[in-house]
Design a protein around this ligand. Structure first.
Ligand code: GLU
Length: 474
């Protein structure tokens, strides 16, 4: 019997309602925070290999309690209005949870990007951007897109260039989109930001001994086994950083071509190299391979931490009961349906929710936007000044102790922060403090039994404060 999986939007809506019950807010205000403010659907023609193709695309602005609105653009065959609405909604809550001052938005273009030549993708992207400009759906103070599934820095560069063609006289035009290449007003560290944020969030969760004990696990991320669904930008960086900086052990991976499992560990760098060379994870030395049709079994592999880093609605009422991982770290948006989460919670698992865990991307997008508005790279003013101060300090220590300080030691201590250091530091601070914030909400309200509800409660309270401050609601 095939089971009907409720829509992604329905799940987000159910999560909202569940959290809203813990807050004493007027129904009208809750309704305003829940619904999407503006939904724009476009169908535009693009000539592909001599034929006209009509492309279906969307941009949804979920909430204007703060502006600009912010969120990625997805290129996928599965794009539809409800999906983009669900993703835009999650963006609003995500920004509120990590205190990034944007409303939520999301875009979608219904194409399979791997089917097109680069030059065709460029035409589609530029045309889509032009449509957004015409409708006032893009701009540094209006709505700021970013990469998402199926898009990256290359697409953001096309968007920026198209925007500049129309609005070149706007002094802040570089802030019309984030995730741009570093040499085109992007920021260092944006590429890895979502994955790095996933690592910081996961590390924080694993560091709380009390919570780990409840799961029957020891404190710390080091030595824990992990399985990753999807080796795209988010999955690959999450796995790499968790392995290299956290000491976690990757034991399973899935991609479009299938899944692999290796109990004694897979080196992420070797796997990425292998896939780049052979075009597949199949045949990776020492690993057991599961066919394309069985690739979803990756979710049921034996491990401590499961990281879904692909698309939504992967963990459903059908397979949730078979998940062995104790920690589910949602790197993707919406990987767990409402029904599935109830099963996971009942089984005593720790679900670290998407609205918090994958917020690293938009956090660093915020830094990029600030950089664009300030027209200056982070660290430019203070790097040398700090370096000189630290050097003076090192000299003083050497003088007072009478001990020689090696060049290596000096390099380690007397260093001014580069842009990437500041970005990582800001991201780490954001992820750590936000985790503690949502955990605190959960601890304070005993009836809240899971982190997602706590995260939604935190988001709804912050957004409702904004609305109340505007004087719109009593
Ligand atoms: N697409 C990413 C997300 O889902 C990043 C959005 C952004 O940077 O604006 O969070």
């Amino acid at each position: 019997m095939t089971q009907v999986v409720p829509s992604f939007y329905q799940s987000v809506s159910d999560y909202f309602d569940k959290a809203a019950r813990h807050l004493d807010l007027p129904a009208g205000l809750l309704q305003q925070i829940k619904v999407c403010n503006a939904v724009y659907q476009i169908n535009f023609p693009v000539k592909i290999k001599g034929e006209v193709r009509v492309i279906e695309a969307y941009r949804v602005q979920h909430s204007h309690h703060r502006t600009p609105t912010k969120g990625g653009i997805r290129y996928s065959n599965h794009v539809n209005q409800e999906e983009v609405m669900a993703l835009a909604t999650l963006m609003s809550y995500k920004c509120a949870i990590v205190d990034v001052p944007f409303g939520g938005a999301k875009g979608g273009v219904k194409i399979n990007p791997w089917e097109f030549e680069e030059e065709e993708l460029e035409r589609i992207t530029r045309r889509y951007t032009t449509e957004l400009i015409r409708r006032n759906f893009i701009g540094p103070s209006i709505d700021v897109p970013a990469p998402d599934y199926g898009t990256g820095a290359r697409e953001m560069a096309w968007i920026y260039d198209t925007y500049r063609t129309f609005k070149g006289d706007e002094i802040d035009s570089a802030g019309c989109v984030t995730g741009k290449p570093v040499n085109q007003n992007g920021i260092r560290g944006r590429d890895e930001a979502t994955g790095r944020g996933v690592f910081y969030g996961l590390r924080e969760a694993c560091d709380i001994a009390e919570d780990m004990k409840k799961l029957g696990l020891t404190r710390g991320i080091a030595g824990k086994t992990m399985v990753v669904q999807g080796l795209g930008n988010v999955g690959a960086h999450s796995a790499r950083i968790a392995q290299d900086e956290g000491g976690a052990i990757l034991v399973g991976v899935s991609e479009v071509e299938g899944a692999i499992y290796k109990a004694d560990g897979i080196d992420v760098h070797e796997l990425l190299k292998y896939r780049k060379e052979t075009g597949s994870i199949q045949g990776f030395p020492g690993a057991q391979f599961y066919d394309k049709k069985d690739r979803r079994s990756v979710l049921e592999f034996e491990c401590d931490i499961l990281i879904p880093a692909a698309l939504e609605s992967q963990i459903t009422g059908e397979n949730a009961g078979r998940i062995k991982a104790k920690i589910i770290a949602e790197a993707a948006n919406g990987p767990t349906t409402f029904e599935a989460e109830a099963i996971l919670n009942k089984a005593g698992k720790l679900v670290i929710p998407d609205v918090y865990l994958n917020a690293g991307g938009v956090t660093v997008s915020y830094f990029e936007w600030l950089k664009n508005l300030s027209h200056m790279r982070f660290g430019r003013m203070d790097k040398r000044f700090n370096q000189q101060n630290y050097n003076n300090l090192v000299d003083l220590v050497a003088q007072y102790t009478g001990r020689e300080i090696t060049e290596e030691q000096r390099r380690l201590i007397a260093r001014g922060a580069e842009e990437v250091d500041l970005v990582r530091s800001g991201l780490e601070e954001t992820m750590v403090s936000s985790y503690l914030q949502i955990r605190e909400v959960k601890m304070q309200k005993k009836e809240i039994e899971d982190l997602r509800t706590a995260a939604f409660v935190s988001a709804i309270s912050k957004i409702s404060n904004d609305y109340q401050n505007m004087g719109i609601f009593p």
